[in-house]
Design a protein around this ligand. Sequence first.
Ligand SMILES: Cc1ncc(COP(=O)(O)O)c(C=O)c1O
Length: 349
Amino acid sequence: MFNLEKIVRPNVLKMKAYSSARDEFKGAASVFIDANENNLGSLAGDNYNRYPDPHQKKLKASIAEIKGVRPSQIFLGNGSDEAIDLLFRMVCRPGQDSMLHLPPTYGMYEVSANLNEVKLDAVQLTVDYQVPVQEVLEQVKPTTKLIFICTPNNPTGNSIERESIETILLSFEGLVVLDEAYIDFANSPSWISRLDEFPNLVVLQTFSKAWGMAGLRLGMAYASEEVISLMDKIKPPYNINQATQELALKSLQQTEQLAYMVEEIVQEREMLVQALPTLKTVEKVYPSDANFLLVKVKDANGLYNYLLEKGIVVRNRSGLPGCEGCLRISVGTTEENQQLFQAMANFSI
Ligand SMILES: Cc1ncc(COP(=O)(O)O)c(C=O)c1O
């Protein structure tokens, strides 16, 4: 049985959150001289001389409405990378605890584990980039606090089978973190609709991909109220800046435009899925539920450098075990994709 108190670091359970000036005062006032701000104004514009809402109430209410969850089930981070790091700091005792991830996958799970001195267990995805569930469960130790599953997975692009995820959620007594950074490009529904069923489920999403706001740094973790209040307790108080809160609120009013962009990116992706295998340098295009394609080519390093010479930067993943010979290519604009296709067509090995 999952017991949150059993897996949270004792110091995190015991500690008190930082209490900000605006936490300590509630009510109406006209003179705010409680937070050592610059009351003359800001060189950046209106409002920016004030600290932002540390609880991001308006933003959470708006996200909750769109996503069909309760505001108390949402944590907002300075990118989902911040949520990843906080999850480690919430449950993993440095030098003692461990996490499990499934390479080839997103690199920040490993970086955060190393930064936090958390032992890293890795179970390689199968040849079709699925989760070998039995192997994962066999690798779980009493010190395993977190399992990271990325779906759709970066850099392979595929979604992870739902039965595998459900089995792990039901069998593992730590937190199962599903990273859904690319979920908006997939046909399968998000796991956030299952939060109430699984107290050990944490779902990560981001504004960096489909929403097109990578520069603003806004990521979400969805989980039980208990998990979210612990994450809120240990976060830096003003982790989401005022500009990001304002611009994200504005963008949340434009869900039609979001759907339009997603549709266009998915269409362009499918064009590339059709077109790329006709090139003699391409050996395989892996199926993708994301906004990028993993493409196996005959000479990955040669093609990578050739594309660079043409001013086109892709991600060379050929050195990653499980991705030998592969480049990861983000879907660009129609024009960029045509440019990529032409350049690849002209590459001779
Ligand atoms: C799987 C995955 N998770 C998380 C992130 C980071 O997202 P954010 O920009 O919200 O920190 C990325 C970015 O590439 C990603 O690929």
